[in-house]
Design a binder for this molecule. Structure first.
Ligand code: C2O
Ligand code: CU
Length: 466
């Protein structure tokens, strides 16, 4: 699998850009952006299933799955003309970017959805270096399930020394025997249970991703779980190294990376050395119910150097605000309820209190603080700069991968220990997680389950930073 690496056009070639897309206005002169590009959501095909199977009709950015890797240096401005050519309205959300609110890509909250045939200019700066990603935020359970996602890499000014880097986006597809995407996107069983779990896991759209490598070569792997709902339990064999960043944010001390979990939406940056012998494979494996599967493999065909390189230094932290005194922090409760085997006794939907049958008839199975789907008013309004603690309590029979827009947070352990920064966290069933962050990004921000079937069927809300 080769990716299309998006080439950015420099300021001088804006005319060329404007011609690519008839109807797009020319840039105003004096535009400060150096990184300008166009990206189209398109109907296309991809070879997802193994050779011998037909190609799969997909929806992809620029017609590929994943979409192009977008690379921007830290602190720079990106201008991206999004052109929607799929037969549904769409938007792009820049997952994990502490972005200006109007560029966050949430339909009806931060922008109107872009109809088929129309365009929207995303124009924002990227404050944090790290591994981020972008995806559709309209009918995500379908649009992402058909392939509308890609990686956004924000480059450090002073990156760690590695021989090569690979971006690996891990997806879970539900394919029929003829390799088409199964069109059961609106399965209410999936919505009320664990979400759309697929039957074909790919790396960068390839079910047998492989590459060659040299013994003692040092690789940086940027991993993201872009699946609708499947949590991935991963391990490395013949690769040894460290987790250097989580959800795009550097960890203060490197973490040994032999086994780790990646829930939908989450990322991890690894620095790994190839330690398998020449003739063997170094692999990234996934642990499934019925055994271990190889997701990505590197065939070791030579020796890069006589021994391993020294342990790397931790990455420099990003400019994320430091938590204030937690003892005085503003505390809010977020209670998760609903789903099968737990049930929603009643919930508010569009200002009305409804029972489980009426909720199910409207495709609603989950609630946050007793409200299914987006409330008209935010569940909380924070002062700008305030340190906030959310006590998130899961009273359902399923784990959830909760994503905060516009901010990174720390999880706070029961003993008060402050965990690494992240943007998506898992709350296990019948468990509670406390997160803390500085609400310093003004605007209206979504807080939702990244298991996309849960989000569409009620598990989303929003807060305001004033
Ligand atoms: Cu990655 Cu609201 O999404
Ligand atoms: Cu969920």
């Amino acid at each position: 699998m080769t990716y299309t690496r998006r080439k950015f056009l420099r300021d001088g070639s804006l005319a060329a850009l404007a011609c690519q897309t008839s109807g797009l206005p020319a840039f105003a002169s004096g535009s400060s952006g150096k990184f300008v590009t166009t990206m189209r959501a398109k109907v296309a095909t991809a070879q997802l299933a193994p050779d011998g199977y037909p190609q799969t009709p997909i929806w992809g950015y620029d017609g590929t799955v994943p979409g192009p890797i977008i690379r921007v240096p830290q602190g720079e401005n990106l201008k991206l003309w999004f052109v929607n050519e799929i037969p549904q309205p769409s938007t792009i959300h820049w997952h994990g970017i502490r972005i200006e609110n109007p560029m966050d890509g949430v339909p009806d909250l931060t922008q109107p959805a872009v109809p088929q045939g129309k365009w929207f200019l995303y124009d924002f700066t990227v404050p944090d270096a790290g591994t981020f990603w972008y995806h559709s935020h309209v009918r995500s359970f379908e649009q992402m399930g058909r392939g509308l996602y890609g990686a956004l890499v924000v480059e450090e000014p002073d990156p760690p020394r590695v021989d090569r880097e690979k971006v690996l986006l891990l997806d879970d597809w539900r394919l029929s025997n003829d390799a088409t995407i199964h069109d059961s996107f609106e399965s209410l069983h999936d919505w009320s249970h664990a979400g759309r779990i697929g039957n074909w896991i790919t790396v960068n759209g390839d079910g047998r991703w492989n590459d060659a490598a040299k013994r003692h070569e040092r690789l940086r792997l940027r991993l993201a779980n872009v699946a609708n709902a499947r949590e991935l339990s991963l391990s490395l064999i013949g690769l040894e190294g460290w987790i250097i960043a989580i959800d795009g944010q550097p960890v203060p001390a490197l973490i040994a990376a032999d086994e780790f979990e990646l829930a939908p939406g989450q990322r991890v940056d690894l620095i790994v050395d190839v330690v398998a012998d020449v003739g063997d494979d170094s692999v990234l494996a996934v642990h499934l119910q019925d055994g271990v599967d190889i997701l990505a493999s590197f065939a070791v065909d030579g020796i890069a150097r006589p021994g391993r390189l020294p342990e790397p230094e931790p990455l420099a932290p990003n400019p994320v605000a430091v938590l204030g005194n937690l003892a005085n922090a503003r505390q809010e409760m977020v209670l998760m309820s609903g789903g099968a085997m737990g049930g929603l006794r009643e919930a508010q939907l569009n200002e009305q209190v409804l029972g489980p049958r009426e909720l199910a008839q409207q495709g609603m199975f989950w609630a946050l603080n007793g409200v299914a789907d987006m409330p008209d008013t935010p569940f909380a309004t924070f002062h700008r700069g305030e340190t906030v603690i959310l006590n998130v309590q899961n009273e359902t029979a399923f784990p959830h991968a909760m994503h905060v827009h516009g901010h990174h947070f720390h999880t706070i352990a029961p003993d008060g220990a402050v965990g690494p920064l992240r943007d998506t966290f898992v709350v296990e069933r019948n468990d509670a997680v406390k997160i803390a962050f500085v609400a310093d990004n003004p605007g209206d921000w979504l807080f939702h389950c990244h298991m996309l079937e849960h989000s569409i069927s009620g598990m989303k809300t929003w807060f305001r930073v004033g």
